[in-house]
Design a protein around this ligand. Structure first.
Ligand code: 5GP
Length: 136
């Protein structure tokens, strides 16, 4: 059984600024916010690490809480938009090995960059789409 920093938060061993809790999820402010109101939604189940091994039930619970909180966070912070983000595995930026979704309020002129985009070579997109379909 893993014992990460978010597991400690669930057990009440570390203080947080809690914004929401239900039977399956907990939401609290990120300690190092991208913008004010940056919120983390985590599973209370401690048996998975990220989206790649989470149960469907826990994922649906996370999604339900994100859906509930995003409009409230936008209103409460006076944000002009919201980014939803999840880092899965270290190479994708995951630092805490516990399923968590970032809700990040965005403000006009906040200067944060969006993703860079690229282009496919001829036929490349069709090949990748076929490979993905083959894994389902
Ligand atoms: P990740 O990079 O794994 O997607 O995001 C982990 C997030 O957890 C980071 O944004 C980081 O600021 C936040 N974080 C790490 N430790 C703590 C903590 O003890 N309390 C809170 N509230 N947030 C934390």
């Amino acid at each position: 059984m893993k014992d990460c920093i978010f597991c400690k938060i669930i057990r009440g061993e570390l203080p947080t600024n809690k914004v929401y809790e239900d039977d399956s999820t907990l939401a609290f402010l990120d300690i190092h916010p991208v913008t004010p109101g940056h919120t983390l939604v985590i599973t209370k189940n401690t048996d998975s690490y990220n989206l790649l091994d989470i149960s469907e039930a826990d994922w649906l619970a996370l999604a339900r809480t994100v859906h509930k909180l995003a409009p409230a966070i936008e209103k409460a912070t006076g944000a002009d938009g919201i980014n939803i983000m999840m880092n899965n595995r270290g190479h994708a930026g995951q630092v805490v090995d516990h399923p968590h979704v970032h809700i990040i309020p965005r403000f006009k002129g906040d200067g944060l960059r969006q993703w860079d985009h690229s282009s496919y070579q001829d036929g490349e997109a069709a090949t990748i789409a076929k490979k993905i379909r083959g894994m389902l």
